[in-house]
Design a protein around this ligand. Structure first.
Ligand code: C2E
Ligand code: CA
Ligand code: CA
Length: 555
C-alpha cells in the first residue's frame, strides 16, 4: 500500500505547490500592488484634504479682509451711530462674519453691530456694551499678525459659551480704535457631512503662532498606521493638519478593497478546483498507476507447465506475470512490461512476483526437487551486481531451492554491458541458479554471442516451432541448436507448441522439453497446484508420475 500512497501524496504536493505558485504569486503581487494603490490613494486623499482646508480658510479670510477694508474705507473707526448701518450691512452680506466690532485701545470691545438700537427718529444709538461683550467674556487665546505687512492680526478668541472664534483685527487705521470681525472656527474645518472627508480621523487648523484655531475628530495615538498631511497657507500663515487612518473608508478605497477580496476569492476557488482535479489526473500517469497496482498486489504469477516430451513428465513451469485489476480484468504482460522496464519498476515487480511464487507454490515445488521454476528476467537486471544477493535472499528462506530456479534472459534486447552481464550470470550460477536464453533466433545478437554468456538452457522460439515440418531451414536450425546444446551440455526447451504433430517432430529432433497450448496455457496458481499434485504424487519418487497428456485430456 505504502508505495501507492507515497506516489499519490507526492503528486498531490507537487500539483498543489505548482498551483500555489501559478495562482498564488500573481495573487501576492496583485495584493501588493493593490495595497500600494490604496496607500497612494490614501496619502493623496489626505494631502488634498489639507489643500482644501487651506483654500477654504484663505477664501474666508480674504472675504472678511475685503469687508473690513471696505468699512475702513468708509471711515468706520468708532461706535458712532452713523457707522452701525455699514457694520450691520457688512455682517449681513459677508457670509463668514458672525460679528463686526470696534475694539478700543485696551483691547476692549467697544461695540458690535448688534449693540445699537434705532431711535424713534430712525437714528442709530449705541447701547451700553452688554456684559457679554466684556473682554473677560471674549478671552483672547492668542494673537499673531496674519501676514507680515498685511495690516491684520489673527486672534483666537474664546466666547463665554466655550466656542472658539477667529478674530481678524485691522491694525492700521485712523484713530485709536480698530475694526474687527469674528469668524466661527468651525468655518475653517471641513464639513463633517461631506462624503469625501469621512476618511479623516483628525483635522486641525493652527494659527501662525501655533495656537489651535479649531480641531475635529480624535488625534490618533499611534501614528504608524496613519497618513498625515500638513500644509501652511503662504498667504495668511495658518496651518492645516489632516490625519487619516490607513485603510480608511473613502468610497474609492472601499471599491478597491472589494476588488481585492473578489480577486482573492477567485484565486482560492481556482486553487481548490486545481487540487480537486489532481486525483482525477492520476490515472493518466501510467507509471504512478503501475506503482499503485504493484503496492496493491495486483501483479500475480501464472504458471505455464514445461513438459518432458520424451517421458511425458512435468519438468516445471515458466512464471508469466498477469495484472489482475480490482474489477477482475486480466491484463497480459505485453501491455505493461515495456513501461515497467523503462521506468525501472521491473526490478520490484520481478522480486514481488518471486516472493508470491514462494508463498503460493513454494511447498509444492520445494517438495519436488526435479521441478524447475523459470522467471523472466529483464536484460537490464543482469547489469547490476546487487541482483545476485537479492535473488539469494529471496529464495534462501523459502522451500524452493536455488537449484530449482531458472532465470530467462531474452535474446530480443541487446546486452548493454556484456562483461558485467557475464559476471552476474556466473555469480548467479554460483548460487545454483540456472540461466536460459529466451526467444532464441529472434534477436540481433547472434547465437554465438549469446552463448558466450555461458548459459544453461536454450529456449527455441515459437517461430521455429511453427515452421518445423513445413520449412526446411527451420528444421535445420532446430537440429543445429539441439546438436549444439548437447555438445555444450545445455538443455533445450521448445516454446509455443500447439499441436501433437509439432510434439512428434520435436521429439524426433531430440528436443527434450516443451511448453505450449498443446499441454496447457499459463495457469493461475490454484490450477497449476492441482496439476502438480495430479502429475507428481509425492512419495513415489520419480518413476510413478502420470503422463501429462492423460491429465490434459481428462481436464
Ligand atoms: P515469453 O517469455 O516468450 O513467454 C511466452 C509467451 O508465449 C507467453 O505470453 C505465453 O502465454 C505465450 N504462449 C505460451 N504457449 C503458447 C502457445 O502455444 N501459443 C501461443 N501463441 N502463445 C503461447 P505472455 O504470457 O503474454 O507473455 C508475453 C511476454 O511477456 C513473455 O514472453 C515475456 O517476455 C514477458 N513477460 C511475462 N512475464 C514476465 C515477467 O514476469 N517479467 C518479465 N521481464 N517479462 C515477462
Ligand atoms: Ca520466457
Ligand atoms: Ca520466449
Amino acid at each position: 500500500m505504502g508505495l501507492g500512497v507515497r506516489a499519490f501524496t507526492r503528486q498531490h504536493i507537487v500539483a498543489i505547490a505548482v498551483g500555489v505558485l501559478v495562482a498564488g504569486m500573481p495573487l501576492v503581487a496583485f495584493n501588493f500592488w493593490l495595497s500600494g494603490v490604496i496607500d497612494r490613494q490614501g496619502q493623496a486623499e489626505t494631502g488634498s484634504g489639507a489643500r482644501r482646508m487651506i483654500a477654504l480658510g484663505e477664501s474666508r479670510v480674504g472675504e472678511v479682509i475685503r469687508a473690513l477694508d471696505d468699512l475702513a474705507g468708509r471711515g468706520v473707526t468708532g461706535c458712532e451711530p452713523g457707522n452701525y448701518v455699514a457694520m450691520q450691512a457688512a455682517a449681513f452680506v459677508t457670509a463668514p462674519i458672525k460679528e463686526v466690532a470696534i475694539i478700543g485701545p485696551g483691547g476692549r470691545t467697544l461695540c458690535t453691530h448688534f449693540n445699537f438700537s434705532l431711535a424713534a427718529d430712525g437714528a442709530a444709538h449705541a447701547v451700553a456694551i452688554a456684559a457679554d461683550l466684556d473682554p473677560g467674556q471674549r478671552r483672547v487665546l492668542s494673537s499673531s499678525p496674519l501676514e507680515a505687512g498685511s495690516g491684520y492680526s489673527l486672534d483666537v478668541v474664546r466666547l463665554a459659551s466655550g466656542q472658539n472664534m477667529v478674530r481678524l483685527r485691522r491694525l492700521s487705521g485712523e484713530g485709536p480704535n480698530q475694526i474687527a470681525a469674528l469668524i466661527p472656527a468651525t468655518l475653517f474645518l471641513p464639513q463633517a457631512t461631506a462624503k469625501s472627508d469621512r476618511l479623516y480621523s483628525y483635522v486641525q487648523i493652527e494659527a501662525r503662532d501655533g495656537a489651535v484655531i479649531g480641531e475635529m475628530g480624535e488625534r490618533p495615538k499611534d501614528t504608524a498606521d496613519v497618513f498625515t498631511a500638513t500644509l501652511r497657507s503662504v498667504k495668511y500663515g495658518f496651518t492645516a493638519k489632516v490625519m487619516s487612518q490607513r485603510g480608511g473608508t473613502v468610497a474609492g478605497n472601499v471599491d478597491l478593497k472589494w476588488l481585492g477580496l473578489i480577486v482573492t476569492a477567485i484565486v482560492i476557488l481556482i486553487l481548490i478546483v486545481f487540487a480537486m482535479m489532481v486525483p482525477k489526473q492520476l490515472p493518466n500517469n501510467p507509471v504512478a498507476e503501475l506503482e499503485r497496482a504493484l503496492a496493491a498486489g495486483e501483479f500475480v504469477p501464472y504458471y505455464q507447465p514445461i513438459v518432458d516430451i520424451q517421458s511425458g513428465k512435468l519438468r516445471g513451469a515458466e512464471v508469466l506475470v498477469r495484472w489482475r485489476k480490482a474489477d477482475g480484468t486480466l491484463v497480459l504482460p505485453g501491455s505493461f512490461i515495456p513501461l515497467a522496464e523503462s521506468s525501472g519498476l521491473i526490478r520490484a515487480m520481478t522480486f514481488d512476483l518471486m516472493r508470491r511464487v514462494c508463498v503460493e507454490a513454494g511447498a509444492a515445488i520445494g517438495q519436488r526437487p526435479a521441478l524447475k521454476v523459470s522467471f523472466n528476467f529483464a536484460g537490464a537486471l543482469f547489469s547490476d551486481e546487487t541482483i545476485v544477493q537479492d535473488v539469494n535472499r529471496t529464495f534462501v528462506g523459502s522451500p524452493i531451492k536455488l537449484s530449482q530456479v531458472v532465470l530467462e534472459v531474452t535474446e530480443r534486447d541487446p546486452i548493454e554491458n556484456f562483461t558485467l552481464t557475464r559476471q552476474v550470470i556466473a555469480a548467479l550460477q554460483g548460487l545454483g541458479v540456472r540461466i536460459a536464453i529466451d526467444d532464441v533466433g529472434t534477436g540481433h545478437s547472434g547465437l554465438s554471442y549469446m552463448l558466450k554468456l555461458g548459459v544453461d538452457i536454450i529456449k527455441i522460439d515459437k517461430m521455429f516451432v511453427d515452421a518445423i515440418g513445413t520449412d526446411r531451414n527451420s528444421t535445420t536450425i532446430v537440429e543445429t541448436l539441439v546438436d549444439l546444446a548437447h555438445n555444450m551440455r545445455m538443455d533445450v526447451v521448445a516454446e509455443g507448441v500447439e499441436n501433437f504433430e509439432q510434439v512428434m517432430h520435436l521429439r524426433n529432433l531430440g528436443v527434450r522439453s516443451a511448453q505450449g497450448y498443446v499441454f496447457a496455457p499459463p495457469l493461475p496458481g490454484s490450477s497449476f497446484l492441482q496439476l502438480v499434485e495430479a502429475m507428481d504424487t509425492l512419495g513415489t519418487e520419480g518413476g510413478e508420475q502420470s503422463e501429462l497428456s492423460d491429465q490434459v485430456a481428462a481436464a
